[in-house]
Design a protein around this ligand. Structure first.
Ligand SMILES: CC(C)(COP(=O)(O)OP(=O)(O)OC[C@H]1O[C@@H](n2cnc3c(N)ncnc32)[C@H](O)[C@@H]1OP(=O)(O)O)[C@@H](O)C(=O)NCCC(=O)NCCS
Length: 141
């Protein structure tokens, strides 16, 4: 059953401006440790790739925050919500700490998709309630 949906559009120029103003500190506020490592290697090769990576992470996290109905309110924080990647390239939500506990206690699962064009990054997130495990019953004698 669908628990919630969320969408977000992010102006990449604003992300670029924040990075210009605050540098790595801005990226470190938004990205988890794992994402930060990816951001650094992408930025080192080509700064624009780093900007776009950060913008898609930013929009995906906002979309997720809306799909769970909290917005950026505890236990939802930027760094506790990580956007990982499957071997196929598909993005996946990986949660940490208190947010992971909150999400698992509600028996939820999430689906995320991201996209970007010249000046915008956008994301869409669907959060589902997982089907309860079937109750094991003993066969009647
Ligand atoms: C949800 C949130 C992350 C989106 O912020 P944003 O990027 O500035 O704005 P966007 O245009 O992307 O999205 C705004 C829309 O998100 C939706 N939204 C707001 N709170 C939401 C929530 N808790 N759950 C799901 N969707 C929400 C609303 O539809 C809102 O549109 P509206 O302003 O026309 O009502 C942000 O509003 C938030 O963190 N809210 C919670 C914290 C808060 O309320 N802070 C302000 C009070 S101190």
């Amino acid at each position: 059953m669908i628990y919630g949906i969320g969408t977000d559009i992010c102006d990449i120029r604003r992300i670029r401006a924040s990075l210009d103003r605050h540098g790595e500190r801005f990226a470190a506020k938004v990205l988890s440790d794992g994402e930060m490592a990816t951001w650094k290697s992408r930025s080192a090769r080509w700064p624009e790739r780093g900007v776009r990576y950060l913008a898609t992470r930013f929009s995906a996290k906002e979309a997720f925050s809306k799909a769970i109905g909290l917005g950026m309110r505890m236990p939802m924080t930027w760094r506790l919500c990580e956007i990982g990647k499957l071997p196929s390239g598909q993005p996946v939500i990986v949660l940490h700490g208190g947010l992971k506990e909150w999400f698992e206690a509600k028996n939820l699962s999430a689906h995320i998709t991201v996209t970007d064009e010249s000046e915008y990054a956008a994301s869409f997130c669907v959060v589902e309630t997982r089907a309860p495990h079937p109750v094991q019953t003993s066969p009647t004698p």
